[in-house]
Ligand binder design. Structure first.
Ligand code: AP5
Ligand code: ZN
Length: 216
């Protein structure tokens, strides 16, 4: 299974990707997580990405595309993958298509998560993330068993720099202008499945599973 999750910031892409990738036994490839790991590790890639991420802008395509190409060349991605946060504009989608064409393969499904903007602001202001395993929580909607600590590995949770309200509003503008056109692109390719991403996490997962099964 080769799948892509598309949706605005805070739609629950990371949350659902974690669950679905584990159910499907394929790696979750999150460009946001890879960038954040590089920023906290102080790598060259992290230095290139940080200023864009802090503003809520997209990291330039040449940087992002090269990173994804490397990641998809790793052995565990040969049997399939779930992309979270990539592609993010039509140019990245064309690049992905080229990469998969070279391997004589293609995507099976692009799952669009829909949620309204006020819900996004609520979700992101309460988000807490684990720097160790990447799992995301919410202080009200999906709280860890012990406040501020990851259930999986006991690591202290942190709040993302780009989750301040004004940066969230800017990320929503970037989504509308640059990422939303992808939805039409994939609709034309016959790959799009759209679900509502409001309601409890488990209900969204059930909708996602049904939508993926419908495209298999
Ligand atoms: P990225 O990390 O991809 O951020 P994003 O797309 O803005 O998405 P988020 O991670 O904010 O939200 P999500 O949809 O994953 O929601 P989550 O599951 O966490 O990108 C960050 C930055 O990196 C970009 O701005 C850019 O600079 C750069 N970047 C990344 N990819 C790039 C690319 N391809 N090209 C260029 N630049 C790139 O959930 C959010 C919260 O809601 C959590 O607290 C969660 O617990 C809660 N929640 C989830 N589901 C529910 C539910 N059903 N009900 C209630 N609460 C819920
Ligand atoms: Zn963790």
């Amino acid at each position: 299974m080769r799948a892509v999750l598309v949706g605005p910031p805070g739609a629950g892409k990371g949350t659902q990707a974690q669950i679905l990738a584990s159910e499907l036994s394929i790696p979750k490839v999150s460009t946001g997580d890879i960038f954040r790991a590089n920023v906290s590790g102080g790598t060259e890639l992290g230095k290139k990405a940080k200023e864009y991420m802090d503003r809520g802008d997209l990291v330039p395509d040449e940087v992002t595309n090269a990173m994804v190409k490397d990641r998809l060349a790793q052995g565990d991605a040969a049997k399939g993958f779930l992309l979270d946060g990539f592609p993010r504009n039509v140019a990245q989608a064309e690049t992905l298509k080229g990469m998969l064409d070279e391997l004589d393969t293609g995507l099976d499904v692009v799952l669009e998560l829909r949620v309204d903007e006020e819900e996004v602001v609520k979700r992101l202001s309460g988000r807490r993330s684990c720097p160790e395993c990447g799992r995301v929580y919410h202080v009200d909607y999906d709280a860890p068993k012990t406040e501020g600590v990851c259930d999986e590995d006991g690591t202290r949770l942190y709040q993302r720099e780009d989750d301040r309200e004004e940066t969230v509003r800017h990320r929503l503008d970037v989504y509308r202008e640059q990422t939303a056109p992808l939805v039409e692109f994939y609709e034309r390719e016959g790959l799009l499945a759209t679900i509502s991403a409001t309601g409890p996490v488990a209900e969204v997962t059930a909708r996602a599973e049904a939508a993926i099964a419908g495209k298999r």
